[in-house]
Design a protein around this ligand. Sequence first.
Ligand code: NI
Length: 173
Amino acid sequence: MILPIVAYGANILRQPCEIITPATPGITALIRDMWATLEHANGAGLAAPQVNRPVRLFVVPADDFKITFINPEILWYSEEVIHDTEGCLSIPGIWEDVPRAATVTLQYQDEHFTTHTASFSGDIARAIQHEYDHINGKLYLDYLSPLKKSLLKNKLKAIAKGKVKTPYPMKTS
Ligand code: NI
């Protein structure tokens, strides 16, 4: 099922999310729906609060496989930082330069609750850091200068009011 994506301005995008256990209801269906939603929206990643579930879960497509991250913890960030343009399905129509660590090492559980520790570099590392911020109530806009942010003010207001067209369903609060 394709779920509506929560638009910028909703409180749920600003909350630290809760740990998931195998007893957390509906996780299997949520993971399936998040992959369907991400593929439909053609995004680089999707975090559970973006589909209105405040739990520590995000999905990121790699080259030819899908990685589901449950209860991730980033253990290490490389000193090397890469600047690149970033966007967010919850903030449509805006792309800005964001610095991110070139490589991260994280521990996470997969959809079977098996624990993994792995390192990722490049575009996937960027997507992981972006989605990891989401489950901690953070948005990439938080890295922008006050000037940049003030220039985006009207666009962000329009998104929060649902006055923006997207090729995927959105939900405003
Ligand atoms: Ni995002």
